[in-house]
Write a protein that binds this ligand. Sequence first.
Ligand SMILES: [Zn+2]
Length: 57
Amino acid sequence: MKKFECKNLGVDCPFQVQAEDAEEVVAKAEEHAAMAHNMPRGDETKNKIRAVIKDMV
Ligand SMILES: [Zn+2]
């Protein structure tokens, strides 16, 4: 299980997403980042998201 918390990108935001597949988490987080934070869609944002995705036990 992978988990993304938006606050780990350095924004004051309670959004979280979790899924079995890391790429699914990245896709949902990218969509959220674009809609909520005006972050550009693409590799730069995806890499920022990947850097803060955590494994859940
Ligand atoms: Zn957010």
